[in-house]
Design a protein around this ligand. Structure first.
Ligand SMILES: O=C(O)C1=C[C@@H](OP(=O)(O)O)[C@@H](O)[C@H](O)C1
Ligand SMILES: C=C(OP(=O)(O)O)C(=O)O
Length: 422
């Protein structure tokens, strides 16, 4: 039995693996499906919902507002309720809860207070709160803790935000926008918006719910006012959380198949197919799912990860094990993720011997011999993924707070050990 306070010895993998895995559902799709279900015009089911800290916090937030979310089975039943009360929302460390729930809370008749983990108080939210103020909502505070004072309706209309810090600022305003009196017309003014596939995911899901979205102009998104049709969703496997598993094939020279990889998806993790191919892996969509076979030696990569920043920790870990230099670019915004991921990766990979340079908006890595040691995770699930990837290839890597993976993956350590420990 693992002592959660002790760093976790990452299993070393000395043979090529050959496994087929069924991964839990997508965090991003589950939390969007829950939000949309709560503001829809009738009950609906979120099938194969991800059960993890981020999605449990979302279910609890929507329940606190007045919805009923039955999470007892694999399929979660959501019944919209009347948001007629004061409520308390714990955001934990979930960006999707802190950004997506306030625009819904604005529809409540009551005061909704928001707080979260200590680090969550440093993650950016001011753009969303100011945008809501411009749309007619009364709010106290600019970072966590803050309070949304709903009056039962939101005027809505035109709003300008700088979403260069996070695509979630845009998704947040679009998700509930159809329920505002005038809908929303959101314009971005600033450096390029990161993680665009996540905005595409928001738009695609809104359209599935019968909401009219106009995204014809760059940096502008319009949501027409109207009902949000209740529909059931089937949640795809989380392709970003597939990264450490596909990386296992890459570092062991073996083969990992992720079951039910969607042939068409808005998930950012789909970019792993191209990235791993460029690093020397063989990547095939087969009947069962996506199969990745690792090469004898992994190559470095020069890549702009602006659209898929959440993949950075796993990719950086692979780059530290590659036989040629790498440059990961366009990811200054991930300093605002669960932790400052550029600083954390530079510090932790560096501490294991990696030759890594931190830039304002990225990382450079050059081949260097790695050694064991404690890999700190800063309460970041994807830092833990980076640690286990290096630990699969290097003796004596201990991952501190492996339990932090529970943010988006139930019992990650048990699942990983089941695959790699003979
Ligand atoms: O909308 C979403 O579900 C997400 C958007 C992205 O955020 P950023 O735009 O802040 O990178 C992504 O990194 C995060 O993991 C999930
Ligand atoms: C950035 C991430 O999460 P969040 O939804 O909390 O922003 C992530 O999962 O990589």
């Amino acid at each position: 039995m693992t002592n959660p306070l002790e760093p976790w010895p990452a299993p070393r993998v000395t043979q090529p693996v050959d496994v087929v895995v069924t991964l839990p559902g997508s965090k991003s799709i589950t939390n969007r499906a829950l939000i949309l279900a709560a503001v829809a015009d009738g009950p609906s089911v979120v099938r194969r919902a991800l059960r993890s800290r981020d999605t449990s916090l979302m279910a609890a937030a929507l329940t606190s507002l007045g919805s009923t979310v039955d999470t007892s089975g694999e399929d979660w039943l959501v019944t919209p309720g009347v948001f007629d009360r004061d409520a308390v929302v714990d955001c934990g460390l979930a960006g999707t809860v802190m950004r997506f729930v306030p625009p819904v809370a604005a529809l409540a008749r009551g005061s909704v207070s928001f707080d979260g983990d200590e680090h969550m108080r440093q993650r950016p939210i001011g753009q969303v709160l100011n945008a809501l103020r411009d749309l007619g909502v009364s709010i106290d505070g600019d970072t966590l803790p803050f309070y949304v004072h709903g009056t039962g309706s939101v005027p809505g209309g035109v709003v300008v935000v700088d979403a260069s810090g996070s695509s979630q600022f845009i998704s947040a305003l679009l998700l509930a926008g159809a329920r505002y009196d005038a809908g929303v017309d959101v314009r971005h003014d600033g450096k390029p918006v990161p993680s665009l596939p996540h905005i595409e995911m928001t738009i695609a899901m809104l359209r599935e719910h019968g909401v009219e979205v106009d995204d014809g102009d760059a940096n502008r998104w319009r949501v027409a006012p109207g009902p949000i049709k209740a529909i059931d969703h089937v949640i795809e496997p989380d392709l970003s959380n597939a990264a450490p598993f596909l990386a296992l094939a890459a570092v062991s020279g073996g083969s990992v198949t992720v079951r039910d990889w969607p042939h068409a998806t808005t998930q950012a993790g789909d970019a792993l197919r191209g990235i791993l191919t460029e690093m020397g892996c063989t990547v095939e969509l087969v009947d069962e799912g996506l199969r990745v076979t690792g090469p004898g030696s992994l190559h470095g990569i020069d890549v702009d990860l602006h659209d898929v920043g959440e993949l950075t920790p796993a990719i950086a870990a692979l780059c530290a094990l590659a036989d040629s230099p790498s440059h990961l670019r366009g990811i200054g915004h991930i300093r605002g993720h669960e932790t400052d991921r550029l600083a954390a990766l530079a510090a932790e990979l560096g501490a294991l011997g990696a030759d890594v340079t931190e830039h304002a908006d990225g990382l450079s890595l050059r081949p260097a011999p790695l050694h064991g040691g404690v890999f700190h995770t800063y309460a970041d699930h994807r830092m833990a993924h980076a640690g286990v990837i290096v630990g699969a290839a290097v003796d004596g890597v201990l991952v501190e707070n492996i339990a932090t993976t529970g943010k988006t993956f139930p019992d990650f350590a048990g699942f990983w050990s089941g695959l790699v420990v003979p």
